[in-house]
Design a protein around this ligand. Sequence first.
Ligand code: IPD
Length: 276
Amino acid sequence: MADWTDCLNFGISVAKQASEIVLSAFQQQKEVKLKSSPADLVTETDQRVEKILISAIRTKYPLHRFIGEESVATGECLEWTDSPTWIIDPIDGTVNFVHRFPFVAISIAFTVNKQTEFGIVYSCVEDKLFYAQRGRGAFLNGERLHASRQEDISRCVVVTEIGAERDDLALSTMTSNIFRLLKLPVHGVRALGTAAVDMCQVATGGADAYYHIGMHCWDIAASAIIVQEAGGVVMDTDGSEFDMMSRRVIAASSAEVARRIAQVIQAFPCRRDDED
Ligand code: IPD
């Protein structure tokens, strides 16, 4: 079995270097552009950080491929192959970044044969480095992570996001999903504004579940393996196998909790990330 530890360590070091750029821009006024909706934003820092990350990694690993949020936003084709592939979100939580709400992350996943080998989520303002390597556990700043293992939905804190989709069907589906969960009841519903950091809360045991419809593969690819390696489960919102291109995810402390959420929530149609 190939050992990708050097790649993981290199990914961590470039994420930490790139976070200096995110942090120095964080307090400043930003020029903001809209992408797919009034809640889907990009700044010059998102684009700059992605270019720096890809260029550093490509210099060291010239044969590796990349899927980057801002490259795709500017028209690059999203092609996920069996080759070693780095899936990058330079700033997950761009709305937070623009408003200086202190949860923004650099998210990097690495896949080979379409299997995730490791994931890195660096929550820059909090200085929290989450990472996991397949079969080797999940860590936060070097400390091993364990999901809560909670099996009773009525004792759960559930994290979710309204997301960037703002058409009537998406909004009514998402708000009624929250209503139905609260009526189960669950202990609480939370949102930090970054899918990557939200999902890592399940890995820490601080939250018991997370679900989201409409995010993209770069938002959740890294945190999915972090949750799994912490002992949690990930699946599609319809209860089927997790598919990082489907734009739907449930991450939970246990299969029981994930399945209960899948029974309660509904999805709205989203174009797959890998659709032509
Ligand atoms: C967004 C964040 C947000 C989620 C959106 C994502 P971005 O990513 O993860 O929490 O609700 O669906 O698009 O645009 O900040 O990288």
